[in-house]
Write a protein that binds this ligand. Structure first.
Ligand code: HEC
Length: 496
């Protein structure tokens, strides 16, 4: 047996020898990684490697990626070139903030702008399916999207997207074009009729989502990095202007999400780090910003169907706030104890009055709230906290998942709630053990499409009246699906 002090000495010696042999992470990065991920880590042919962008990548996963690479991608493994400690040091490096806040302003945006099509393409689909009953299915497993015929449930076309799309894609008001935003700030305009990406621009370094104005003329981008909103021409994605996001005192803020409020002719922006909500009139010259002061940090919104009221949830608080957008004042507080996911809220008529319902990310309940009194009508118990909730004008049911906490008891279920009795009437397990998420209905509300959110996942299509499965399509982590008609008509059963 070796004496303890000797063992400590030997261990220290081994460590220092390793440290001597190993190159510093910065040097390894420049040598092995910069060609694809950018000398400044802002990205290139590979994704940006910044702590903001890697929020969803767990650290052991980053280590594994660098050591083993990623299948079917340019990312090769480095286990044969670099020592374990060097790989660990690189994995630590990518979670370090850059020494200087990177600049991404008008110059960088304009330089990144790319037009893929210069001449107008024909304004009719190259396929025969109903252009208003199409779905865009985002498959984040391998960064593709599938255009799906919503009558036959057959894929029409599958195409590559930018790396890691973020926030739902948004359609032009006529349903011909769809706009995607990626985690790393790329905005792409895709022509559904011609199956082509027509324009792209990098509007930020770390982006949350896009909104398209009700008149179809303007796209608004909300960024975490830099702290900015970016207005683009919807026609060709050329830059209109960059609006730095700071409150009246100059304190700057990330943008959590942007929305379009067509009945008001405006965009609304949720700011994460300051107590303001912004409304931007998109039809007025110069896009004036109206600041609405609020009592708390509100970063997840729901709107009533008229867009008069904004319901905001604070990530730290237990109460939702109802803001009257006309007067710019708080008119009520809502009891929302379980951390609601308001962005996924829906509305319907219940006993002659409008109600809204939202799943909760922490508590296993769906909150149903009377929108006249803003009082809770019911907390519907579910097997686990849910993330998405969906319905349609033509169905008496609302569907909600239970995967928000990834609990093995509930991540594979889909609850079906009767919108009249407010009871769970059916609990489906589309594929036992596999994550079930995000329902979306066909244009007529007759079928419900559920995602199996796995790399070897699927879309499972149900008859929305009998809950019988009618078809299964293999998909690579289908994180969401978006029906053209339901989105452009702002169906009360889906987020807009
Ligand atoms: C030949 C180009 C290339 C080189 C060289 C390269 N990468 Fe990558 N890397 C990629 C691509 C492409 C991806 C995205 C893979 C995918 O589709 O999942 C990626 C993904 C990653 C990810 C995961 C990012 C995320 O968002 O999940 C990390 C971390 C990473 N690379 C680190 C490194 C490090 C560290 C090095 C140097 C030791 C390196 N890469 C070298 C192209 C490259």
């Amino acid at each position: 047996m070796i004496a303890k002090p000797l063992a400590v000495f030997l261990a220290t010696l081994v460590l220092s020898l390793n440290a001597y042999a190993a190159q510093p992470a910065e040097k390894n990065y420049a040598e092995h990684c910069a060609s694809c991920h950018g000398a400044d880590r802002l990205g290139g042919s590979g994704p940006a490697l910044l702590p903001e962008n890697l929020e969803r990548l767990r650290r052991p996963e980053a280590f594994k990626t660098i050591a083993e690479g990623r299948p079917a991608s340019q990312m090769a493994g480095f286990a044969d070139k670099l020592a374990k400690e060097e790989i660990q040091a690189l994995a630590d490096l990518v979670y370090q903030p850059l020494p200087k806040t990177p600049v991404w302003g008008a110059d960088e945006i304009i330089t990144s702008h790319t037009l893929h099509e210069f001449n107008p393409l024909p304004n009719r689909p190259v396929f025969t399916a109903d252009p208003l009953n199409l779905f865009i299915v985002v498959e984040t497993g391998d960064h593709h999207a599938t255009l799906l015929d919503g009558d036959k449930f057959e894929p029409i076309h599958r195409f590559q997207t930018r790396y890691a799309l973020h926030g739902g894609p948004k359609f032009s008001p006529d349903g011909r074009f769809v706009y995607f935003a990626s985690r790393d700030g790329w905005v792409s305009k895709y022509d559904i009729y011609n199956l082509k990406t027509v324009a792209e621009v990098r509007a930020g370094i770390n982006t949350r989502n896009v909104a398209v104005s009700g008149d179809g003329k303007t796209v608004l981008v909300g960024n975490y990095l830099p702290h900015s909103l970016v207005l683009l021409n919807a026609e060709d994605l050329s830059l209109i202007k960059v609006i730095p996001t700071a409150d009246a005192s100059g304190k700057s803020s990330r943008v959590s999400a942007v929305y379009q409020a067509e009945p008001r002719g405006s965009f609304v922006a949720a700011l994460k780090d300051v107590k303001e909500v912004w409304e931007i009139a998109y039809a007025k010259a110069d896009f004036p910003v109206r600041r609405i002061a609020v009592e708390n940090y509100l970063d997840d919104f729901f709107f009533d169907q008229s867009y008069r009221h904004l319901i905001g949830a604070a990530r730290d608080g237990k109460k939702g706030q109802v803001i009257d957008l006309d007067s710019g004042t708080k008119v009520a507080e809502i009891e929302l104890p379980g951390m609601p996911h308001l962005g996924s809220g829906i509305t319907w008529e219940w006993q002659g009055k409008p109600v809204m319902a939202t799943p909760n990310i922490k508590d296993a309940v769906v909150s149903v709230i009377d929108m006249n009194t803003w009082k809770t009508v019911k907390q519907i118990k579910t097997l686990g906290p849910g993330f998405f909730m969906r319905s349609h004008e033509n169905t008496p049911y609302a569907w909600t998942d239970g995967f928000a906490t990834m609990s093995p008891q509930s991540r594979d279920v889909m609850h079906i709630i009767d919108k009249n009795t407010l009871e769970v009437v059916q609990t489906l397990r589309p594929i036992p053990g596999k994550i079930a998420a995000h329902t979306e209905f066909t244009r007529d509300g007759k079928y419900a499409l559920v995602s199996i959110w796995e790399k070897d996942g699927a879309l499972v299509i149900y008859d929305a009246a009998t809950f019988k499965e009618i078809k299964r399509l293999p998909m690579n982590k289908p994180s969401g699906k978006y029906n053209v008609f339901n989105k452009i008509t702002r169906s009360a059963g889906t987020s807009h």
